[in-house]
Structure formats: C-alpha cells, structure tokens
Design a protein around this ligand. Structure first.
Ligand code: ZN
Length: 332
C-alpha cells in the first residue's frame, strides 16, 4: 500500500477513492483536517488517482504516462491554487487564471484536477469567482478544496462541496507510530503529551518532538515552575522573542487548563501528562486566579496575532506584569 508510512490514511483514502473508481466522485471535494494529520498526502494521492489513466483499482497505477507526469510534478492538467509566498490570501486573479483553463480540453485527454489548498484564504471575490465554476462544473474536472477544520469558508462554497473530515488516529495508535519515527527515547507520557498538545495530529506531534523543540518546552516548563513558586513572571521575559512567545502562550494555556482539570478531580483528561508536578503546582492557585491567567494570556496571543504595528514587547511585558498582579494575592 502506498500509505505504509501513514497507516491511518488508508481507510479515508479507500473511502474517497471508491467514488473515483465507480465514476461517481463529486466534482468538488472539501477536506477538513486537523493540521499535521497527513492532509496534503491524502489530497495528492486522490489527485494522482483522478489523473491516472490506467488503474482499475482503488490506487493509481503509478506507471502510466499520466502517473509519471504527476509523480514528476509536471502534469499539465493538475493545478495547485494556494496563497503565494508572503501573502495571507488567495486573490481573484489567481482563481481566474485557473478557471479560464478548466473549460478547455485537458492536455492529456483525461481528468483535470484543481487543488485549492487553504481554501479559506480565498478573498470573498476569489471565492465568488470559484463559486461560478463550481455551479457549472466543466466536464471531467475535479476540485479538491482543503483547509483546517477551524477555518471559515464561505457558506456558499461549502454548500457546493462534498465535505469530508479527515479523522486523526487513536492516541494509542499514534504513540506506536511515533515510536517507529525515531522517538523511542521518549516516555509514553511524553509521546501522549506531544500528541494531545497537537490535537492528536501525528505529524504535528512529530515536529514538536524534534529534539531541540522538545528541549525548549522542557526548559520552559522548568522555568515556569520557578516562576510560579517565586511569583516572578519577569524571568520569562529574558529568553523569549516574539515568535517563540506565541508558542509559549499555547503551552502555558494548556498547563493552566490542566490545572483546572486537576482541581476538578478530572486529572485523567490532562494534556501535559509528562508535567504532572507542574500541573499540581499550578493547581494550588485558586480557580479564579487560574481562569484570570488563562484569559489574559489568551488575550495577549490574540493581540500578538492580529494587531500589527503595536509594540509586541509591550504586549508581552503587559501580560507578565498582569500575571504577577493576579498571583500576588496568595504570596503576601
Ligand atoms: Zn496511472
């Protein structure tokens, strides 16, 4: 099987490829996913199968001329539409440049496939331009739209598509998979923590378990233990640049959320299974303090993500100062 490297994709692929095999594939497929769950690999395999001109199986033959062209990234009837480097949106000109071609005959005499990657990045004008094509689909033309399950796609586009949610594997299966990816030296608790911090997406967890990255998280957690014990949040300012801070916020909020679970005696649901002592330490704070911390840190994240031009250091210093104020109650 082609998906030997990603065993959890086999069943979703087979499900979707059945429709292709029986010539009843929807002309617009929307794949919703959790980032890092093999979404791009799945789309590419489906595109390959749609373009293959020799297979009578679920899988593409990988041998015909069309497959060869696809595998060498030179298939003339395969288009990938996504945001250009450095841009945060897919513009109407990009959509038009492709929709103008799809009414022409395919160059290889088979299907045409258009992959709209990060479809929610289409501007409203771009989405409306694509909508027209989706409403009057050209023959033998298949659109695959993909985006994160949290993204917001225009409802009109959504209603034109056959929507599919790519499931993530069970936690235990992912732990086993990670162990085969040079992660044997991590404990089961560490592997589970990396997965739970990644919404169970195996490839995102694998990236988080990169030695340097995981070490950074460990150092942050150690640092945080001292910070909480001494109520000295300024320690966090020393080593952190803006970009890294965004990630620390996510880590801290996950720990705070765990602390609340620990307080409510539902500790079995905690995410940071490898940081139980730190979670317990945080759980010594009051419910109010933990919630207040959670709120201001999440707010700081939103500010860092959405507000441009504001001094980012100021936002960081502000959240650290506020954190100390919140926690100063029980240290006096
Ligand atoms: Zn083929």
């Amino acid at each position: 099987m082609i998906f030997n490297d990603y065993p959890w994709l086999i069943s979703p692929y087979q499900q979707l490829a059945q429709a292709i095999l029986h010539n009843r594939a929807h002309h617009a497929l929307l794949i919703n996913y959790i980032q890092g769950s093999g979404e791009d690999e799945l789309v590419q395999m489906l595109a390959n199968r749609l373009l293959c001109q020799a297979s009578s199986q679920l899988e593409p033959c990988l041998k015909c001329h069309s497959c060869q062209l696809f595998l060498s990234h030179h298939h003339p009837d395969y288009y990938v539409l996504t945001n250009e480097q450095g841009k945060q949106s897919i513009g109407i000109d990009q959509v038009r440049s492709i929709t103008s071609k799809v009414y022409e005959k395919s160059q290889q005499g088979g299907n045409k496939v258009i992959w709209v990657k990060h479809a929610a990045l289409m501007t409203e004008a771009a989405a409306n331009a694509l909508l027209k094509t989706l409403e009057e689909p050209p023959q033998n033309t298949y659109f695959i739209l993909s985006d994160d399950h949290n993204s917001h796609l225009l409802p009109t586009i959504y209603s034109r598509c056959f929507s599919y949610f790519l499931p993530v594997p069970e936690l235990d299966d992912s732990v086993k998979w990670l162990k085969k990816q040079h992660c044997q030296h991590y404990s089961d608790n560490e592997l589970a923590s990396a997965l739970l911090l990644s919404e169970n997406a195996p490839l995102t967890a694998l990236a988080l378990l990169d030695q340097e990255k995981w070490q950074q998280r460990k150092a942050f957690c150690e640092n945080l233990s001292a910070v909480i014990a001494q109520n000295d949040f300024w320690q966090l300012a020393k080593t952190i640049d803006n970009e890294a801070f965004l990630e620390r916020i996510i880590w801290f909020c996950a720990l705070l959320s765990d602390a609340l679970k620990a307080k409510q005696k539902v500790g079995r649901f905690i995410v940071n299974r490898d940081q139980v002592p730190l979670v317990r330490l945080l759980a010594t704070k009051s419910h109010q303090e933990i919630s207040a911390l959670y709120q201001i840190w999440l707010q700081a994240r939103n500010q860092l993500l959405t507000i441009t031009g504001l001094n980012k250091e100021l936002i960081i210093y502000n959240v650290l100062a506020q954190s100390e104020l919140i926690c100063s109650g029980d240290n006096k």
